[in-house]
Design a protein. Structure first.
Length: 202
């Protein structure tokens, strides 16, 4: 009699990736306190950059060490969305980045996030994250801390230029990824309504 294949326990809650994700979420109030409470833009920019740089860590650990969990599949993309909304929203509140740039990014996040929820409710299959979306997110995660660091009376002005160098390609890639998700979403609806869960694309 054949031995059943070992199936990872996806019902686990206490995993290293989930702990990392929780820590990232807990750091968001600290970021707002540094930015809005202490008006320390350099420190806030540094923390936001660190949170963005660790975006891939939890996913890598989950795959590399077989710690994928049902909670992590939901929590990680939610944390990424919160990071964008809180991070960019705070920067927009203090005029720490070009307003047009921040607004476009936030509108894109609202549209993609809303479409993802709608598709999930309609029973669409899972939509895989594209390379363009990952690369765009990576660029934006670097751009906003740089903009913030370069803003204000005591800002490091060259950082503003570096923010554009990272942000413009990141924005273009993220918008292109959003366009690609339209036919992907329609195809996911046609493929069936068996998945039940949909991971928000980046």
């Amino acid at each position: 009699m054949a031995t059943p294949a070992v199936v990872p326990d996806e019902d686990r809650i206490l995993t290293v990736p989930n702990v990392i994700t929780f820590i990232r979420l807990l750091c968001l109030p600290i970021y707002l306190w540094l930015l809005l409470g202490l008006d320390n833009r350099a420190a806030a920019a540094g923390l936001l950059a660190a949170l963005g740089a660790t975006d891939w860590v939890d996913g890598y650990i989950a795959r590399r060490f077989n710690q994928i969990s049902s909670l992590g599949k939901v929590l990680d993309p939610v944390a990424d969305r919160f990071l964008f909304f809180v991070g960019v929203g705070g920067i927009l509140a203090v005029d720490g980045a070009p307003q047009w740039f921040s607004i476009i990014v936030l509108v894109r996040e609202v549209l993609v996030g809303g479409a993802t929820v709608l598709l999930a409710l309609l029973g669409a299959a899972r939509i895989d994250v594209t390379w363009y979306g990952k690369a765009g997110t990576f660029g934006l995660m670097f751009a906003f801390p740089l903009f913030l660091w370069g803003s204000g009376d005591n800002g490091f002005e060259p950082a503003w230029v570096l923010g554009y160098l990272a942000g413009i390609p990141g924005l273009c890639l993220s918008l292109y990824a959003a366009v690609l998700y339209v036919p992907m979403g329609l195809r996911a609806l046609r493929e069936g309504r068996t998945s039940g869960h949909l991971e928000p694309p980046a």
